[in-house]
Design a protein around this ligand. Sequence first.
Ligand SMILES: [Zn+2]
Length: 390
Amino acid sequence: MKRIIIVLLAVTSWIGSVAQPVEVGLFQNHLVKAAVVYCSAGNYQLLLDGEVRLRLQEGDILYLTLEEGKVKVLDAERDFGYASGLELRSLSTESVFRLRSITPEISSRMFDDNLLVIPEDRYLTLINQVDLDKYLAGVVEAESGPNAAKEFYKAQSILCRTYALKQMDRHTNEGFAICDEPHCQTYRGKSTRNPEILEAIVETSGMVLADFNFKLITAAYHANSGGQTQRASDVWIADVDYLQSVVDPYSLHQSHAKWQDTISFEAWKAYLLKNGMKSVTRIPEEIIYIEQMRRKKFFILDKDSIKMTKIREDWGFKSAFFDMFPNGDSVLIWGKGFGHGIGMSQEGAMKMARDGYSYQDILQFYFHEVRMMDYRDLPDSSLPKTLLDQ
Ligand SMILES: [Zn+2]
């Protein structure tokens, strides 16, 4: 039986609660050596090595360069010298800055709240110290785009919040809590393209999914399930009650529901042989294909098997949910869905929201036996250390 228990505890405490900061490492796929910061809205204080040096207002610019393990700071007129740490501290809740990496060249991004800069030997560590809800709005926008319905954004908000809190101790030895890459969820800065995203975050403030031991769940999501989600243990080692396979009609007929590919038959046979399928040399070629009415964990030939997820990874397919047909010298692949298939299908959830389902309905459809509750009501042992230390 599927069910979600909604724990209605301390609802009123969400209102007026103190903003929860989170530290996000920016441009984490690059080694940034020089950057420009623009004050886009509100006011900031510039602190170098903990000392206030300047007040910035809208339109002010700072140039930051890594030189001999320190950050060199200039504005349009002055040279502030070198520092071992820089902080751009917002003086209001509405302050926004724009950050552009010059070396290497990366187009600029807007961020809410504060910027911290720590010079390392070979690069500058750039950290956005930002209110958790504003961070989550940026993540939801980056992970799902600006064109979905509000109930979808609420479901996605709860998953992104759960995921973020569960991952929060991953980067502590690098000086921040979370990175801005898919490793920790994609974050490209401030949400600007649909105000309903931040509204959805605020309306579900604090809400996460926990299991029946009050542990944050692995809040998995993917672009499109292709019509059936994947059981977590078919991809990952651990089996968990809340990530089982569900038949998902909502993901059919969406933009990533189907894909096609072609590979050469010789390459496919060589691949199977290389992966231990010895019988390939003696069985009829017509049976060396794959059919999945339902998702299968393995492709089995005689006594040998290969995991479907391995085939997906090795060939770079969009999903592990596909059929294969020999066709002359080649093999046609007709695929379903996009992504690992575990947890919530984003396109399926968007369709459910358009059809009038609530965010509770959506999460209940994709996750089994979970509690929806405020993370501040979880026991300390279930929360990231980073959060407890603040
Ligand atoms: Zn990360």
